[in-house]
Structure formats: C-alpha cells, structure tokens
Design a protein around this ligand. Structure first.
Ligand SMILES: *Cc1c(COP(=O)(O)O)cnc(C)c1O
Length: 468
C-alpha cells in the first residue's frame, strides 16, 4: 500500500504544468523548449523523491526557479570587501566613467580601430595609445597587447628566439600561480641563463654569463615579494651600462608599472616606467590593470627599432588588444594628462587614497545595519585594519583602513562564522570579506555604494539557529 502520489501517477502532466499560470510566465521568460525541459526534470525529481502530489502551478514555480538559477550569469558584480584593492581574482582595477563610456561606444558600433580618418586609408590599432604611452614614459615607441605576461612572451620571442636571455636567480618570479618566468621563457623559445644566487647577484655574474649566444638581459621587478637580509641586486643603471657596452638590449619587466610617482598621493613609492627608461632600459613591460588603473592589457614601451621588431612578429596578431579594451585603455591613459585630478577620476587611485577617517565613518554608520542583519548570534565591531594594494604590487607596504569585524558569539546552535560568510556570498550582490584571527573582516575601503550595501543585506535571511 503506497501513499497517494508516492509512485508519481498523481503528479500533473507536463502539459498541465506548462499551461499553468506560472508555467506561462516561464515560457515568456525562457521560451517553450527550455520550460518543457525544466518541467520534465522537476517532475522526474519529484517522482524520484516520492514527493506528495502537488498542483501544476506549484510544480511550475519549482521549474521556474530551476530555469532562473541556470540562467543566472556566473560572472557577477560583487562587493570587494577583502581589503585587497586590485584583487586579481575579482578583476583588478575598476574602470571609471571615461573608460567605460569609451568601451561601450566601441562595443556598440563601428570605430576607427585600424582606420585613418585623415587619409581615409588603413590606420594602426596601436596609434590610439602609442603617442600618450611614449610621452608618459619618455620613449620613442609603444605597443599594447593582451596582458603583461603576453608582453613579456612577445618581447622575448621577438628579440631572443633560439638564443640566451640572462636573468638573476633572485628575480625568477611566479605570479598568481600560473605565471612562472622560467616557463614563459621556455614557451617563448628562449634559453634561460640564470646568474647569481637567490639572495645575491653581482654585476660580475651578469658580465661572466654574457656570451655570443646572448640576445638580451632581462631585469624583473620583484613586485610580489621582498628578499631581505644579506642581499645584493644590480641596480638597473649599472646593468644598463654593461648591456650597452656589450651591444645588448636590456628588457625591464616592471609588473605593476606606474606612470606617475604615487608618493605624491601619499602612497608607497613604486618605480615609475619613466624612471626605468631613464635608468637605461631599452624596453619596459607592465600591466594595464594593476596600478595604472585601466583594463587588462600589457604595455611595451621603448626603443623604436625594438618595438618595430616586436610589431613584425606574427605572434603580435595572436596577442593583440580588442577594440573594447583599447578604447578603455586610451581613455584611461588620457586621464594621466592631468595628474592633479587623477585621484578624482581614476577609481583605482581614488580607492587607494581614500582617507582612513572616511572609511571609519562609513564603518560606524554601517555597524548597526550589519548587526541587525546578522542577528544576535554574532557581534559586529568597527576595527582598524590594513588594506593591500593587490595584484602583487607592494605586498609589504599596506595602507591603514577600517573594517567591520564579525565574530561568533555562541557555540553549537545557530550559524557558524563560515556559514555566515557563505550567506554573505549568496546575497543578490555577493559580499566578499576575509578571515583574520577567527573573525570575518569586511574592509570598507572599496565600498562606495553604502545604501546599496545596506539594502542588499536584507537578503541574508534569519539565522536558522534563531528560528529554531
Ligand atoms: C603582474 C606581473 C606580471 C604579469 O602581468 P599580467 O598583466 O597579470 O599578465 C609579470 N611580471 C611582473 C613583475 C608582474 O608583477
């Protein structure tokens, strides 16, 4: 003897579910075939679970939920409250109105991507960034590709294919797990010649390694680590003297290349691209979406003959920038014409220079809102913290900030802190914080939309422990 509906024969037909009010709504939103498929899956699931019979509209609602879930994009905007401003996993630099407007215009219709309006003939895609990049870095020429890894790959492959590239052992970096300099060099078709030791490399080490097969010397800015203690590295200018004497190019990978001195904004000093050029680099490579504050891109600036060689490489085509990012990059670079207003116009710089008191004031305003949302099982406190610049830039130097620190008040019943963190990530606009010393920290440096944040918290729901 089975309970009514347990074997499924009392469940409504696919057709009845699709024709119900909710079913019709699903058809309008997702189309007939997808709705029928979702209804079939839902019915099969209910049958398998031996669920009690339900009317067609209830089943249709379940199918609609299934469809909405499947249709939700996986690439979603989030609140980055990790305290890492240029968070690589969260898309690095946010773009401002100048860049997004230019990008949207480029997306919508035809643009002068490779078209010269003056002559009516063919233009070059690099022309949109070449002049400004060259001016800002003090070089003869410039080009842009997909990202800095591509810039390095292309520069090495163009100038040193089948030949040797000399690098200090203290500079053989790994960035973000997948970018490892020795592996990039292998794929670029160049032979890595390591010189010196992990902590100390001298000019004589480079001098001894240079031979007839050497194509160039590579210097890498150790952006995401520091070697401290008994150390020695050869300054770029000394290395440049050596490479010039041997008739070899010096390629300097700056990583998070900055175009102007950021210490004028109260930020830690990071070598500028122009400085690397002044110190004698023949080519400098750097990222567009790190401290520069633009879209993902790899910039190469330097000697005209070397950039021309890079542009002749067929790989350039495979690594080039699309019109959307090129538009955003050109608009971002244009902001550098007026450094005085840069912090107000470049979101990345605006966030990095946000005063601690302002962030703290926001934390004080939002603490009661967050406390009400998370419930009595958790305490919410305003605490000082340190933000990181991110994407490997200046990892040791952090900037003072303020956070909402959430701690669990009880053991056993109720949500754990991990469950709360998950609930925050499940909000309509996910909230991403970081754990520190048993607390969940929400660093408010990158929070710009306070009302939006507060309204979003309403979706967190009641604590199952409270409800019990
Ligand atoms: C970040 C970084 C890279 C890689 O740049 P992407 O733009 O992420 O490809 C290469 N070299 C250095 C020194 C870096 O800091």
């Amino acid at each position: 003897m089975s309970a009514p509906g347990a074997n499924g024969h009392r469940l409504p037909s696919v057709d009845a579910v699709v024709r119900s009010e909710e079913g019709a709504r699903a058809v309008v939103r997702f189309g007939h075939p997808a709705t029928v498929a979702a209804v079939r899956e839902t019915l099969a699931e209910w049958r398998a679970a031996k669920r009690a019979p339900a009317d067609a509209s209830l089943l249709a609602a379940a199918a609609l939920e299934r469809l909405a879930e499947a249709a939700a994009p996986s690439l979603r905007p989030v609140f980055n409250l990790t305290g890492t401003v240029l968070h690589t996993n969260l898309g690095r630099a946010p773009l401002g109105p100048a860049a997004t407007t230019a990008a949207v215009a480029a997306m919508r219709g035809p643009v002068t991507l490779e078209f010269d309006l003056a002559s009516g003939g063919r233009g070059e895609r690099d022309d949109h960034v070449r002049a400004l990049l060259s001016t800002l870095s003090g070089t003869a020429d410039a080009t842009a590709v997909n990202n800095n890894a591509a810039a390095l790959l292309l520069a090495l492959n163009s100038l040193a294919l089948g030949r040797e590239v000399v690098v200090s052992r203290g500079e053989l970096i790994e960035i973000g797990g997948s970018f490892r300099l020795p592996e990039i060099m292998t794929r670029a078709g160049v032979h890595l010649i390591e010189v010196g030791t992990t902590n100390r490399t001298h000019l004589r080490d480079y001098a001894a390694a240079i031979g007839p097969a050497t194509a160039l010397v590579l210097k890498v800015h150790p952006s995401n680590y520091r070697i401290e203690g008994f150390t020695a590295a050869v300054p770029a200018h000394a290395l440049a003297e050596l490479t010039r004497a041997r008739g070899l190019p010096l390629l300097h990978d700056l990583g998070s290349g900055v175009l102007i001195d950021l210490s004028r904004f109260g930020l830690p000093r990071e070598p500028t691209v122009a400085e690397a050029v002044t110190q004698g680099a023949d080519l400098v490579t750097f990222s567009g979406d790190k401290l520069l504050g633009g879209p993902q891109a790899g910039l190469i600036v330097g000697r005209g003959d070397l950039v021309a060689e890079i542009n002749r490489n067929p790989l350039k085509r495979a690594l080039r920038l699309d019109k959307i990012r090129l538009a955003a990059l050109a608009a971002t670079l244009a902001l550098y014409r007026d450094p005085g207003r840069l912090a107000a116009r470049l979101p990345a710089l605006g966030l990095l220079t946000r005063p601690e008191q302002e962030i703290r004031a926001a934390a004080i305003r939002l603490a009661p809102v967050l406390q009400a949302a998370v419930g009595a099982a958790f305490s919410v406190e305003v605490v000082p913290c340190r933000s990181e610049i991110g994407s490997g830039a200046l990892p040791v130097q952090t900037i003072p900030s303020a956070a909402l620190a959430i701690a669990s008040r009880r053991r056993g019943a109720g949500r754990t802190l991990l469950e709360l963190a998950r609930a925050l990530r499940n909000l309509p606009m996910p909230v991403i914080g970081r754990f520190a010393a048993g607390r969940l920290l929400l660093d408010l440096r990158c929070l710009e939309d306070e009302p939006g944040f507060a309204a979003n918290l309403a979706g967190i729901g009641t604590d199952p422990g409270d409800a019990a």
